[in-house]
Design a protein around this ligand. Structure first.
Ligand SMILES: *[C@@H]1O[C@H](CO)[C@@H](O)[C@H](O)[C@H]1NC(C)=O
Length: 137
């Protein structure tokens, strides 16, 4: 095998490794009331004081195993141009299940739903739906 072929293989492997770390999906947002939650009941002490939290869509809910997990989330695109705030990422803790949250998401059936506080770090909150890249921390 030539040097060039080796190089191509290395390049493709690193691309694959990079993309396999993060998932692509969608996010919406939700506001108060946040209690009770399917993860912690009335337990508000489980909420990060920064208000950087969210609820899990069915794809990551995993029968409740998602509760307490932290995801790093980036906005990659949206229907309206310039919705994403470039270069921003937010880390959110899963505190609820989107399907049963007291306060309803701005859009149903997304990969996850971010608190307004978390959503506005990465996107214009007037958008009900964004495309995201996310990765468990
Ligand atoms: C957010 O989007 C709305 C509606 O498209 C727009 O009017 C507003 O200027 C945007 N806000 C920012 C900070 O870009």
């Amino acid at each position: 095998m030539s040097c060039f072929q080796h190089l191509i293989i290395i390049l493709f492997s690193s691309l694959f490794l990079h993309f396999s770390q993060a998932d692509v999906g969608t996010a919406s947002h939700y506001g108060p009331p946040f209690l009770p939650t399917e993860c912690f009941g009335e337990g508000a002490s489980q909420f990060p004081s920064t208000n950087m939290f969210g609820s899990a869509g069915e794809g990551i809910w995993n029968n409740g195993a998602a509760c307490g997990r932290v995801y790093e989330v980036r906005c990659i695109s949206a229907a309206v141009p310039r919705t994403c705030i470039p270069g921003q990422a937010v880390q959110i803790k899963i505190v609820d299940r989107a399907q049963s949250s007291v306060s309803r998401p701005s859009t149903d059936d997304t990969s996850m739903v971010l608190s307004i506080t978390a959503f506005q770090v990465i996107a214009n909150v007037s958008s009900p739906l964004i495309n995201i890249e996310f990765q468990q921390v």
